[in-house]
Design a binder for this molecule. Structure first.
Ligand code: 48F
Length: 250
Protein backbone atom coordinates (compact mmCIF):
# COMPACT_ATOMS: atom_id res chain seq x y z
CA UNK A 1 0.00 0.00 0.00
CA UNK A 2 1.39 3.38 -1.02
CA UNK A 3 1.37 6.11 1.61
CA UNK A 4 1.32 9.53 -0.11
CA UNK A 5 2.79 11.20 2.96
CA UNK A 6 5.83 8.92 2.88
CA UNK A 7 6.38 10.03 -0.75
CA UNK A 8 6.22 13.68 0.30
CA UNK A 9 8.58 13.02 3.21
CA UNK A 10 11.12 11.23 0.98
CA UNK A 11 11.18 14.08 -1.56
CA UNK A 12 11.51 16.92 0.93
CA UNK A 13 14.00 15.17 3.23
CA UNK A 14 16.32 14.17 0.40
CA UNK A 15 15.97 17.49 -1.42
CA UNK A 16 16.98 19.55 1.59
CA UNK A 17 19.79 17.11 2.43
CA UNK A 18 21.11 17.77 -1.09
CA UNK A 19 20.58 21.52 -0.82
CA UNK A 20 22.32 21.80 2.56
CA UNK A 21 25.31 19.74 1.38
CA UNK A 22 25.81 22.29 -1.43
CA UNK A 23 25.53 25.62 0.35
CA UNK A 24 29.27 25.70 1.09
CA UNK A 25 30.92 24.14 -1.93
CA UNK A 26 34.26 24.22 -3.72
CA UNK A 27 32.92 25.08 -7.15
CA UNK A 28 29.58 26.63 -8.16
CA UNK A 29 28.79 26.38 -11.87
CA UNK A 30 26.07 28.50 -13.45
CA UNK A 31 24.56 27.01 -16.60
CA UNK A 32 23.96 23.41 -17.62
CA UNK A 33 24.96 23.61 -21.28
CA UNK A 34 27.82 21.59 -22.79
CA UNK A 35 30.67 23.59 -21.23
CA UNK A 36 29.16 23.67 -17.73
CA UNK A 37 28.26 19.98 -17.77
CA UNK A 38 31.78 18.94 -18.84
CA UNK A 39 33.40 21.17 -16.19
CA UNK A 40 31.04 19.79 -13.50
CA UNK A 41 31.84 16.17 -14.38
CA UNK A 42 35.58 16.65 -14.50
CA UNK A 43 35.85 18.68 -11.28
CA UNK A 44 33.48 16.34 -9.44
CA UNK A 45 35.51 13.32 -10.54
CA UNK A 46 38.63 15.03 -9.17
CA UNK A 47 36.99 15.11 -5.73
CA UNK A 48 35.79 18.73 -5.60
CA UNK A 49 32.41 19.48 -4.06
CA UNK A 50 30.58 20.88 -7.12
CA UNK A 51 27.13 22.47 -7.38
CA UNK A 52 25.59 23.38 -10.74
CA UNK A 53 22.61 25.70 -11.15
CA UNK A 54 20.42 25.72 -14.25
CA UNK A 55 17.44 28.04 -14.57
CA UNK A 56 15.51 25.90 -17.06
CA UNK A 57 13.64 22.67 -16.35
CA UNK A 58 15.99 20.62 -18.51
CA UNK A 59 19.75 20.75 -18.77
CA UNK A 60 21.72 20.58 -22.00
CA UNK A 61 21.51 24.22 -23.08
CA UNK A 62 21.96 24.61 -26.82
CA UNK A 63 22.76 20.97 -27.56
CA UNK A 64 19.25 19.59 -28.06
CA UNK A 65 18.43 21.40 -31.28
CA UNK A 66 21.73 20.73 -33.11
CA UNK A 67 21.80 23.25 -35.94
CA UNK A 68 18.49 24.88 -36.92
CA UNK A 69 16.63 22.11 -35.06
CA UNK A 70 18.36 19.29 -36.98
CA UNK A 71 19.34 17.31 -33.92
CA UNK A 72 22.81 16.18 -34.93
CA UNK A 73 25.92 17.72 -33.41
CA UNK A 74 29.27 18.19 -35.13
CA UNK A 75 32.57 18.05 -33.27
CA UNK A 76 36.14 18.18 -34.48
CA UNK A 77 38.71 15.41 -33.87
CA UNK A 78 40.27 16.90 -30.72
CA UNK A 79 36.91 16.80 -28.92
CA UNK A 80 36.24 13.09 -29.59
CA UNK A 81 38.43 12.27 -26.56
CA UNK A 82 35.73 13.84 -24.37
CA UNK A 83 32.99 11.87 -26.13
CA UNK A 84 35.02 8.68 -25.50
CA UNK A 85 35.57 9.62 -21.86
CA UNK A 86 31.82 10.21 -21.40
CA UNK A 87 30.89 7.06 -23.32
CA UNK A 88 28.98 8.97 -26.04
CA UNK A 89 28.94 7.44 -29.52
CA UNK A 90 29.69 9.33 -32.75
CA UNK A 91 30.30 8.75 -36.44
CA UNK A 92 33.24 9.79 -38.56
CA UNK A 93 31.93 12.00 -41.39
CA UNK A 94 35.34 12.44 -43.02
CA UNK A 95 37.58 15.50 -43.36
CA UNK A 96 38.06 15.66 -39.57
CA UNK A 97 34.36 16.09 -38.70
CA UNK A 98 32.54 13.75 -36.34
CA UNK A 99 28.81 13.67 -35.63
CA UNK A 100 26.99 12.73 -32.42
CA UNK A 101 23.26 12.54 -31.88
CA UNK A 102 22.10 15.64 -29.98
CA UNK A 103 19.82 13.60 -27.72
CA UNK A 104 22.52 11.09 -26.79
CA UNK A 105 25.05 13.89 -26.29
CA UNK A 106 22.71 15.86 -24.03
CA UNK A 107 21.73 12.76 -22.07
CA UNK A 108 25.31 11.52 -21.75
CA UNK A 109 26.68 14.84 -20.51
CA UNK A 110 23.80 15.27 -18.06
CA UNK A 111 24.19 11.71 -16.76
CA UNK A 112 27.93 12.15 -16.20
CA UNK A 113 27.51 15.54 -14.52
CA UNK A 114 24.72 14.30 -12.24
CA UNK A 115 26.87 11.38 -11.07
CA UNK A 116 29.73 13.71 -10.12
CA UNK A 117 28.12 17.00 -9.10
CA UNK A 118 25.00 18.24 -7.32
CA UNK A 119 22.60 19.74 -9.83
CA UNK A 120 19.72 22.13 -9.19
CA UNK A 121 17.50 22.86 -12.15
CA UNK A 122 14.77 25.53 -12.13
CA UNK A 123 17.17 27.71 -10.14
CA UNK A 124 18.13 31.14 -11.39
CA UNK A 125 21.38 32.75 -10.30
CA UNK A 126 20.38 36.38 -9.94
CA UNK A 127 23.43 37.94 -8.26
CA UNK A 128 26.92 37.32 -6.90
CA UNK A 129 28.61 37.72 -3.52
CA UNK A 130 31.92 39.62 -3.42
CA UNK A 131 34.09 40.09 -0.33
CA UNK A 132 37.51 41.75 -0.17
CA UNK A 133 37.69 41.96 -3.96
CA UNK A 134 36.97 38.27 -4.49
CA UNK A 135 33.86 36.40 -5.62
CA UNK A 136 32.73 34.26 -2.70
CA UNK A 137 29.42 32.85 -3.86
CA UNK A 138 26.06 33.19 -5.59
CA UNK A 139 22.61 34.55 -4.91
CA UNK A 140 19.95 32.10 -6.06
CA UNK A 141 16.20 32.04 -6.42
CA UNK A 142 13.56 29.85 -8.03
CA UNK A 143 13.35 30.49 -11.75
CA UNK A 144 9.57 30.80 -11.27
CA UNK A 145 10.11 33.83 -9.05
CA UNK A 146 11.87 35.62 -11.91
CA UNK A 147 9.30 34.48 -14.48
CA UNK A 148 6.34 35.63 -12.41
CA UNK A 149 8.19 38.77 -11.29
CA UNK A 150 7.39 37.95 -7.67
CA UNK A 151 8.89 40.10 -4.94
CA UNK A 152 10.63 37.29 -3.05
CA UNK A 153 14.11 37.49 -1.59
CA UNK A 154 16.74 34.95 -2.72
CA UNK A 155 19.09 32.66 -0.76
CA UNK A 156 22.89 32.47 -0.93
CA UNK A 157 25.50 29.76 -1.37
CA UNK A 158 29.25 30.14 -0.94
CA UNK A 159 31.96 28.66 -3.13
CA UNK A 160 35.72 28.90 -3.56
CA UNK A 161 35.28 29.26 -7.32
CA UNK A 162 32.37 30.32 -9.53
CA UNK A 163 32.21 29.30 -13.19
CA UNK A 164 30.09 31.32 -15.60
CA UNK A 165 28.84 28.78 -18.16
CA UNK A 166 25.69 30.72 -19.09
CA UNK A 167 26.35 30.78 -22.85
CA UNK A 168 25.79 33.83 -25.05
CA UNK A 169 24.43 35.86 -22.10
CA UNK A 170 27.57 35.61 -19.92
CA UNK A 171 25.04 36.38 -17.19
CA UNK A 172 27.35 36.15 -14.21
CA UNK A 173 30.18 38.12 -15.82
CA UNK A 174 27.65 40.77 -16.86
CA UNK A 175 26.47 41.18 -13.26
CA UNK A 176 30.02 41.10 -11.86
CA UNK A 177 31.26 43.63 -14.41
CA UNK A 178 28.44 46.06 -13.67
CA UNK A 179 28.60 45.71 -9.90
CA UNK A 180 32.38 45.61 -9.35
CA UNK A 181 33.44 47.92 -12.20
CA UNK A 182 36.66 45.89 -12.38
CA UNK A 183 36.33 44.52 -15.92
CA UNK A 184 34.28 45.03 -19.07
CA UNK A 185 32.63 42.66 -21.52
CA UNK A 186 33.75 43.16 -25.12
CA UNK A 187 30.63 41.44 -26.56
CA UNK A 188 30.39 38.50 -28.95
CA UNK A 189 31.42 39.13 -32.59
CA UNK A 190 30.42 37.95 -36.11
CA UNK A 191 30.54 34.28 -37.19
CA UNK A 192 33.98 32.77 -37.74
CA UNK A 193 33.96 29.13 -36.62
CA UNK A 194 37.73 28.58 -36.71
CA UNK A 195 38.60 31.64 -34.60
CA UNK A 196 35.62 31.20 -32.30
CA UNK A 197 36.32 27.56 -31.55
CA UNK A 198 39.99 28.17 -30.85
CA UNK A 199 39.25 31.27 -28.77
CA UNK A 200 36.72 29.72 -26.39
CA UNK A 201 39.27 27.05 -25.45
CA UNK A 202 42.38 29.24 -25.25
CA UNK A 203 40.70 32.08 -23.37
CA UNK A 204 38.71 30.08 -20.83
CA UNK A 205 40.11 31.77 -17.73
CA UNK A 206 39.70 33.53 -14.38
CA UNK A 207 38.23 36.95 -15.27
CA UNK A 208 37.93 38.30 -11.74
CA UNK A 209 39.32 36.75 -8.53
CA UNK A 210 37.23 33.64 -7.94
CA UNK A 211 35.18 34.01 -11.16
CA UNK A 212 35.99 31.81 -14.16
CA UNK A 213 34.43 31.76 -17.61
CA UNK A 214 33.83 28.92 -20.08
CA UNK A 215 31.89 28.17 -23.29
CA UNK A 216 30.13 30.93 -25.24
CA UNK A 217 30.48 33.26 -22.26
CA UNK A 218 34.19 33.42 -23.10
CA UNK A 219 33.28 34.92 -26.49
CA UNK A 220 31.02 37.50 -24.85
CA UNK A 221 33.69 38.52 -22.35
CA UNK A 222 36.64 38.69 -24.73
CA UNK A 223 34.91 39.80 -27.95
CA UNK A 224 35.45 36.56 -29.88
CA UNK A 225 33.55 35.43 -32.97
CA UNK A 226 30.59 33.06 -32.67
CA UNK A 227 30.97 29.66 -34.28
CA UNK A 228 27.47 28.29 -34.90
CA UNK A 229 26.62 24.60 -34.62
CA UNK A 230 30.01 23.05 -33.95
CA UNK A 231 30.33 21.93 -30.35
CA UNK A 232 33.87 20.61 -29.87
CA UNK A 233 35.03 24.00 -28.60
CA UNK A 234 32.32 24.01 -25.90
CA UNK A 235 33.36 20.57 -24.62
CA UNK A 236 37.07 21.44 -24.67
CA UNK A 237 36.43 24.86 -23.08
CA UNK A 238 34.66 23.09 -20.18
CA UNK A 239 37.65 20.79 -19.81
CA UNK A 240 40.08 23.71 -19.96
CA UNK A 241 38.30 25.74 -17.28
CA UNK A 242 38.17 22.64 -15.06
CA UNK A 243 41.96 22.30 -15.36
CA UNK A 244 42.48 25.97 -14.43
CA UNK A 245 40.10 25.80 -11.45
CA UNK A 246 41.72 22.57 -10.25
CA UNK A 247 45.19 24.11 -10.39
CA UNK A 248 44.10 27.28 -8.58
CA UNK A 249 42.10 25.54 -5.86
CA UNK A 250 44.89 23.11 -5.11
O1 48F B 1 23.87 28.25 -24.01
P1 48F B 1 24.50 27.04 -23.42
O2 48F B 1 24.36 25.76 -24.13
O3 48F B 1 26.05 27.43 -23.08
P2 48F B 1 27.47 26.86 -23.54
O4 48F B 1 27.86 25.73 -22.67
O5 48F B 1 27.23 26.28 -25.01
C1 48F B 1 26.85 27.08 -26.09
C2 48F B 1 26.21 26.20 -27.16
O6 48F B 1 25.07 25.54 -26.65
C3 48F B 1 25.80 26.95 -28.43
C4 48F B 1 26.95 27.27 -29.30
C5 48F B 1 27.82 26.15 -29.79
O7 48F B 1 28.44 26.52 -30.93
O8 48F B 1 27.14 28.37 -29.65
O9 48F B 1 25.08 28.10 -28.08
O10 48F B 1 28.35 28.03 -23.63
O11 48F B 1 23.93 26.83 -21.95
C6 48F B 1 23.88 27.87 -21.02
C7 48F B 1 22.88 27.50 -19.95
O12 48F B 1 22.95 28.47 -18.91
C8 48F B 1 21.63 28.67 -18.40
C9 48F B 1 20.75 28.61 -19.66
O13 48F B 1 19.41 28.32 -19.33
C10 48F B 1 21.44 27.49 -20.45
O14 48F B 1 20.87 26.23 -20.21
N1 48F B 1 21.59 29.98 -17.72
C11 48F B 1 21.74 31.21 -18.30
N2 48F B 1 21.67 32.16 -17.37
C12 48F B 1 21.45 31.55 -16.17
C13 48F B 1 21.41 30.14 -16.39
C14 48F B 1 21.28 31.99 -14.81
N3 48F B 1 21.31 33.31 -14.50
N4 48F B 1 21.07 31.07 -13.84
C15 48F B 1 21.03 29.75 -14.13
N5 48F B 1 21.19 29.27 -15.40
Amino acid sequence: MIDEIEVTKAITEKYFEKFLSGIRCDVAIVGGGPSGLVAASILGKKGFNVTLFEKKLSLGGGIWGGGMMFNKVVVQKEATQILDEFNISYEDCGNGYFVADAIELSGGLIYNASRNARIFNLTNVEDVMVKDGRMTGLVVNWAAVEMAKLHIDPLTISSRAVIDATGHDAAICTIASRKTGKFNLAGEKYMNAELGERGVIERASEVFPGLYVTGMSVAAVYGLPRMGPIFGGMLLSGKRVAEIVEKNLK
